[in-house]
Design a protein around this ligand. Structure first.
Ligand code: ZN
Length: 176
């Protein structure tokens, strides 16, 4: 197990479009080790998602907790080459943070219901129907694969908040 170094905002790798993985890439033990290390890294930093560009790998791959209420026992899902289609045009603003933008929170509009078509880490086709927070996480992580950060999606910078102030003033806000 290795904890990987997380790229922070400003590193060019976070602004590049990542490349798709082939099924034979997924047979490569180094790619499987990357997935394991990304899971360890996400858990180490208490993230709910981590995309490969955040650990300096320009590959279309993320790991995430896609439960309604993520906790320490939640299963981690590895998602490869994701394609997201909104199931309805409805969007909702909610708080987001990012391991590449430490200690900052901001409110970001996202589609509330999405279908994610992807491969799992073995190369098998999967389809995930997600609502609410897990849908938000999948959209945030897929954006990383296209060089997009959550700041880019905010309608206004007015909600930008440091983590301490978020905990003091905003954490109890009911988003849903
Ligand atoms: Zn992020």
């Amino acid at each position: 197990m290795s904890i990987l170094k997380v790229a922070r905002m400003g590193h060019p790798v976070l602004r590049e479009r990542a490349r798709a993985l082939t099924k034979s890439d997924l047979l490569n033990p180094l790619v499987q080790k990357l997935v394991d290390d990304m899971i360890d890294t996400m858990r180490e930093y208490h993230g709910v998602g981590l995309a490969a560009p955040q650990v300096h790998e320009g590959l279309r791959l993320f790991v995430a907790l896609l439960d309604e209420e993520p906790g320490p026992s939640s299963d981690v899902v590895a998602v490869v080459n994701p394609e997201i289609v909104p199931a309805s045009p409805a969007q909702e603003e909610g708080w987001e943070g990012c391991l590449s933008i430490p200690d900052i929170r901001g409110r970001v509009p996202r589609f509330t219901d999405v279908t994610v078509s992807a491969l799992d880490r073995e190369g098998k086709a999967i389809e995930l129907k997600l609502k609410g927070f897990p849908a938000r996480v999948a959209q945030h992580e897929t954006d990383h694969l296209d060089g997009i950060l959550f700041f880019d999606r905010m309608r206004s910078m007015e909600s930008l908040t440091f983590l301490d102030e978020y905990s003091r003033f905003h954490e109890k806000e009911d988003d849903d």
